[in-house]
Design a protein around this ligand. Sequence first.
Ligand code: FPP
Length: 144
Amino acid sequence: MDEQKKIPRHVAIIMDGNGRWAERRKLPRKMGHAEGCKVLEQTVRDAADLGIDYLTVYAFSTENWKRPADEVENIMNILRDYLKDAKNFKDENIQVQFIGNIEALPEDIVLLIRDAEENSREATGLHLNIALNYGGQQEIVRAA
Ligand code: FPP
């Protein structure tokens, strides 16, 4: 088997450990989330370069709303900044789609999400799925 054939078609990642990363360095949790976002950006580029077809990232679960309000606000702001750069997806030939209960997110974020999906729809490279406001229990209820 040549090297190319060993590349998986679909990779899924749960964004986790941001808090622990920060705590270990005696930094505030928000710095852990900022770092997690940087790592995500690099991971997306690496996945595209490797020729992976689908990358699914579980970024923010329904459970995560229970975190302190300032932490949730910080995560939403990181998400806003990430989405504002979304035009880069099209330039990098990445098609981005969001899964989860998107409509329940803050309105400005919903608009940024729909823009990012629309702008990158024609891209033919990596398919990036980002799960936001997702939950296993919720999926079961919806499927029933
Ligand atoms: C888990 O780390 C991570 C989160 C709850 C939020 C991650 C999401 C972002 C940083 C927003 C950006 C997302 C995108 C798609 C740009 P944790 O705090 O649970 O870490 P711990 O398990 O070490 O406590």
